[in-house]
Design a protein around this ligand. Structure first.
Ligand code: HEM
Length: 151
């Protein structure tokens, strides 16, 4: 490959923005925002995701394109098992993100536009659960990528 370091750089930029953003949202913003009433909390989250999700789409494109490029360059047969596992966990994370984006994210936007706070809280809770799953799988994937975990 002509620019192997560039591929790894782009891969890790995507990982940092996506997993780091989820960690900030889940571990810092969420506990702080629970103090707000729904009429303020739900529009705040809608405004946060309206900025974060385009960054996630960019990160997903960078991670998938650079990851597959590095894998193809080494060759699937010669690549360590950990890389194959990363391919699977990475695409599971991407599928969960698309599931958030196409489902509860649309529902949250509609609920906020209609000032339907009960419906918005249900949608936000679904987003929270799926982000928690992706955050955990993101840490597992980083551990597999860097530690190998015997794979
Ligand atoms: C979408 C499918 C993915 C594929 C095909 C893929 C593939 C790869 C490949 C081939 C490498 C190069 C390993 C090396 O040169 O040592 C790599 C590195 C890495 N990947 Fe992925 N990856 C994917 C998704 C992810 C995701 C979702 C994460 C984190 C949440 C992640 C985290 C990492 C890390 C931290 C490294 C650096 C490992 C190191 O250099 O020690 N990858 N990935």
């Amino acid at each position: 490959m002509t620019f192997p370091h560039l591929m790894l750089f782009l891969h890790l930029v995507g990982v940092v923005v996506w997993v780091g953003g989820m960690a900030f949202a889940y571990l810092c913003l969420r506990p702080a925002a629970t103090a707000l009433p729904p009429a303020q909390r739900l529009p705040l989250w809608a405004a946060v995701f309206a900025r974060f999700f385009p960054l996630v789409w960019t990160s997903v494109a960078l991670i998938a394109a650079s990851g597959v490029a590095m894998l193809v360059d080494t060759g699937f047969a010669r690549a360590p098992v950990a890389w194959h596992v990363m391919l699977v966990t990475g695409f599971v994370m991407i599928a969960v993100f698309v599931w958030i984006w196409a489902g509860p994210w649309r529902a949250l936007q509609a609920a906020v536009a209609g000032e339907n706070w009960a419906g918005g809280a249900v949608a936000l809770n679904l987003i929270r659960q799926r982000v928690a799953f992706n955050l955990a799988l993101g840490f597992v994937t980083i551990a597999i990528a860097t530690l190998g975990l015997g794979l």
